[in-house]
Design a binder for this molecule. Structure first.
Ligand code: UD1
Ligand code: MG
Length: 395
């Protein structure tokens, strides 16, 4: 456990370094043309974008420095060197590093959506190869209520690798699409990281302690650098984190989920992101028109945010669109205004849904509300994972 102590000290240092570097380097980003305008404010100030690359680099450097500590004893007794564990850590860091590079490319070049799906798939390949060599377990244990039909476990073979690749694509993009108000990308990542760390600590006494120690080795420096980023991204944001941060975060969660064998628990911590994804599907796949930015609309006279909207002309209301609007209306999940020629609905994001249910609110209150929801989902996840798990699996 002394290695964890050293990691905590290194992580505190990495927090201080990130906190120091962000204000020092942010003007360089503006000079390089990497800036955005805060769409929820009444000014056109240039805000440096893609600052997640700074926290991401410090996170990776901290992990690199930590390698000799983890494998210190094994380096002395080289015959017993655990090559498998070393390959696992290297593959994890390589996948995260790839995502940092690809995310930064996205911030600079503003890539199309199809590439946003392709890039994480490519970056997850080193991870999948190591998984194949070290574990190659492709069996799902079936929950008890379904065993009478499906048996105790089911081996899905190659499909398991497809599932893991898709997990990486989902985690990276899910954070990126639940975004657009100050502090939300970083805030949700902090709640998820803290949830994984708590889960690891609880499980350290179990027989999977090695896998959970591995997860802690990655999550602790990640959390430290992300907390430093939060300090500068919180309302009113002095920097934007960019797609770089969303990609690095998503890949970090996918890496620990896959290599520490708790991908289903990681998905439980992603409940708000899953809800947001499902709700956004009609616009993500352009079944319903989708503007470039779906984030809420700032109202200068109220100084509050309200749900942003999309107008669909009635002549463009195809059968499919009609069905979606009707289902969402029955489920009371949209705010719809209809006139002779068009219908206007809110953009389909969880952020806008909160605004139509709770009414217009200030940006910082909206972020806090969404983060409170994220925390509630973590509590629910722990409830499902512990007291209720015995209904589904032998514990
Ligand atoms: C995703 C969302 C988009 C949302 C955007 C905001 C989908 C399909 N896409 O696009 O709807 O508007 O994220 O991050 O769901 N910004 C702010 N305040 C913030 C953060 C960002 O105004 O707190 C604005 C800034 O103008 C910034 C821009 O959003 O420049 C960043 O957008 P970008 O991350 O490039 O958008 P996408 O990830 O493509
Ligand atoms: Mg983004």
């Amino acid at each position: 456990m002394w290695s964890i102590l050293i990691l905590v000290i290194l992580s505190i240092l990495s927090y201080l370094v990130t906190d120091e570097l962000i204000p020092k380097l942010k003007d360089l980003f503006i000079k390089a043309g990497l800036y955005g305008v805060d769409l929820c404010k009444n000014n056109n100030k240039k805000i440096p974008e893609a600052i997640g690359v700074i926290s991401g680099c410090v996170f990776l450097v901290t992990s690199f420095i930590f390698i000799p500590t983890v494998f210190g004893n094994d380096l002395i007794e080289r015959e017993l060197f655990p090559h498998n564990e070393f390959a696992e850590l290297l593959a994890a860091l390589l996948s995260i590093c790839c995502m940092l590079l690809l995310g930064f490319a996205d911030d600079v070049l503003d890539l199309k959506w199809r590439y946003k799906l392709l890039l994480p798939t490519v970056a997850s390949l080193p991870l999948l190869v190591v998984y194949y060599v070290n574990f190659n377990s492709t069996t799902f244990v079936i929950p008890i209520p379904f065993r009478q039909w499906l048996g105790v476990s089911i081996n899905i073979g190659f499909l398991y690798y497809v599932y893991m690749g898709m997990l990486a694509v989902f985690c990276t993009n899910a954070i990126n699409i639940l975004a657009g108000i100050n502090g939300l990308e970083v805030g949700q990542a902090i709640v998820i990281a803290a949830s994984i760390i708590i889960f690891d600590i609880i499980e350290l006494r179990g027989d999977q302690f090695k896998a959970h120690t591995f997860s802690l080795h990655i999550m602790i420096p990640y959390l430290a650098t992300t907390l430093a980023l939060m300090k500068h991204n919180w309302y009113p944001s002095k920097v934007f984190v960019g797609d770089t941060f969303c990609y690095v975060s998503g890949m970090t969660f996918a890496v620990v989920g896959i290599l520490s064998h708790f991908s289903k628990t990681v998905l439980l911590f992603f409940l708000p992101q899953i809800m947001n994804f499902i709700y956004s599907v009609p616009q993500l796949f352009h079944i319903i028109p989708c503007p470039r930015h779906c984030l809420p609309k700032y109202s200068a006279e109220m100084d509050l945010l309200q749900a942003s909207r999309t107008v669909i002309a009635k002549k463009d209301l195809t059968f499919f669109r009609k069905i979606i609007v009707q289902v969402l209306t029955i489920l009371r999940l949209i705010d719809k205004v209809e006139d002779k020629e068009s219908i206007t609905i809110n953009n389909l994001t969880l952020i806008n849904l909160v605004l139509i249910k709770l009414g217009p609110m200030s940006e910082d209150r909206l972020t806090v509300t969404l983060l409170a929801l994220q925390c509630c989902c973590t509590l629910l996840a722990f409830l499902i994972r512990y007291p209720m798990a015995s209904y589904f699996y032998e514990t």
